[in-house]
Design a binder for this molecule. Structure first.
Ligand code: CA
Length: 236
């Protein structure tokens, strides 16, 4: 059985460009989908139109403060329980924030460490929807561990490069689904990557070689004229 579906979407509302870039970069590396707004009023609209799985709100923002955004989120039925992390500057954290009476679920004081922020995000998401942030993807004897970035097939630990790991992770998230090479390039290499689609074949080849020893069942399906997928019946 494979646990976990698509990557959680996070809205980051932060007006300091450098910090927003740093956090976005790191959260994307952790597998989250990140949207960013630099103004409070802009964020308020985004939250109204298409609520994410979690929001990170800076307290002091142009347009509308983080606290006011949070108050509005809680007043709307669709976002009443949306996980919210508030960012505050040191010295700004008064009783309202400490008591989380702003409606935020958690708060982080700047400057913070990115791993700390990631840990809090995962904890909140786990509470909100446990299957979205499963630490492990499991199919038969194949176990992919996101936290340690390790993959085992039975007792054997696989020696995968970073690209092969992401490729396998992506395929295992939706067993049975067939992806075109272009879709895999987008998901695994990123939309800006200008890479030949044959590169996908090369990495799938490497992944397969490491994943399956001779006589072992190959969990990766090649669909002629379409692309690749993870066999939903593997290990069943
Ligand atoms: Ca700010």
């Amino acid at each position: 059985m494979v646990v976990a579906s698509k990557a959680p979407r996070i809205l980051l509302v932060e007006d300091e460009d450098a910090l927003a870039t740093l956090v976005t970069y790191n959260l994307e590396a952790e597998g989250f989908i990140v949207e960013h707004a630099a103004r409070g009023d802009e964020a308020d609209l985004m939250l109204l139109e298409n609520p994410p799985d979690l929001a990170i709100l800076d307290w002091m923002l142009p347009g509308l403060s983080g606290i006011e955004i949070c108050r509005r989120l809680r007043a709307r039925e669709a976002t009443q329980t949306l996980p919210v992390i508030m960012l505050t500057a040191r010295g700004q954290e008064d009783e309202r924030v400490r008591g989380l009476s702003t409606g935020a679920d958690d708060y982080v004081v700047k400057p913070f460490s990115v791993p700390e922020l990631v840990a809090r995000i995962r904890a909140l998401l786990r509470r909100a929807s446990p299957e979205r942030v499963a630490d492990q993807l499991v199919a038969g004897e194949i176990v992919l561990d996101r936290a340690s970035r390790r993959v085992h097939r039975g007792a054997r630990e696989l020696d995968l490069g970073a690209t092969e790991f992401r490729l396998l992770e992506h395929l295992m998230e939706k067993p049975g689904r067939v992806y075109t090479r272009a879709q895999l390039l987008d998901a695994v290499w990123g939309q800006s990557a200008e890479i030949d689609e044959r590169t996908v074949d090369v990495h799938v080849g490497r992944l397969r070689k490491e994943l399956s020893r001779p006589k072992q069942q190959d969990p990766i399906r090649t669909v002629r004229g379409a692309g690749y997928g993870f066999d939903e019946n593997f290990g069943k």
